[in-house]
Design a protein around this ligand. Structure first.
Ligand code: MG
Ligand code: ZN
Length: 216
């Protein structure tokens, strides 16, 4: 760190209000017997395709709702809806993450008695979503090998605050001469025991393992 580096202290009251709203969401999910999973990751890591694949595999077992966070579009929600899954869209406009209150507003729009599993696709961004719990039982981070080798090392806090890392697009590793093990080693430097699952949402490789680790 040089003497020109400035560390910004984020206002704690903002996070405090979010934690309260997240606790309310968690109790709403619990009342309805719903399991909720917050899916975080940069734009283009394959969060939506992963949710689509999970919805396909789990459609017989769970009644699924997808809550889609996006700055401006409904592209992701439309894709998941094309699999017959109900969706709610949250357009955050300028906010680069979902917060718990936005999710609560979205949940009010649906009949929660109709669902037992909720996937929340967070806004594509690997930095602040991890600082805003939404009341989900698990926060998973999706990284992909097309983002280059430094995604883990550059986002240590996000990794620390997550419950699992999914390394997506492993089907491309050979063609890109990408060392997937190096990403796992970077994760291990941050957290020695965090579950890490290697998948290809496209080919389906590793998805059964992901479902097992998510206990779904
Ligand atoms: Mg997406
Ligand atoms: Zn943000």
């Amino acid at each position: 760190m040089t003497d020109k580096t400035i560390t910004i202290d984020v206002r704690k009251d903002l996070f405090g209000a979010n934690e309260e709203a997240a606790a309310i969401n968690a109790s709403i999910f619990e009342q309805h017997g719903i399991r909720a999973i917050d899916v975080m990751g940069s734009v283009g890591t394959g969060k939506t395709m992963l949710i689509e694949t999970l919805c396909e595999r789990l459609a017989d077992k769970y009644r699924i709702l997808m809550v889609a966070g996006d700055l401006a579009t409904t592209i992701d929600a439309d894709r998941v809806a094309s699999h017959g899954v109900d969706t709610v869209q949250i357009n955050t406009q300028t906010a680069c993450h979902l917060d718990a209150r936005m999710v609560r507003v979205a949940l009010k729009k649906v009949d929660l008695s109709k669902y037992d599993l909720v996937f929340i696709e967070n806004v594509g961004n690997l930095i602040c979503p991890a600082g805003y719990p939404l009341g989900a039982e698990k926060k998973i981070v999706v990284v992909s090998i097309t983002e280059g080798p430094y995604m883990i090392r550059k986002h240590p806090l996000t990794i620390k605050r997550s419950d699992m890392v999914v390394i997506n697009k492993v089907d491309l590793a050979e063609a890109l001469e990408f060392d997937v093990d190096s990403l796992v080693r970077d994760i291990r430097e941050i957290d020695a025991t965090l579950p890490v699952v290697r998948v290809s949402a496209k080919t389906g490789e590793g998805v059964d393992e992901l479902i097992r680790v998510l206990d779904l």
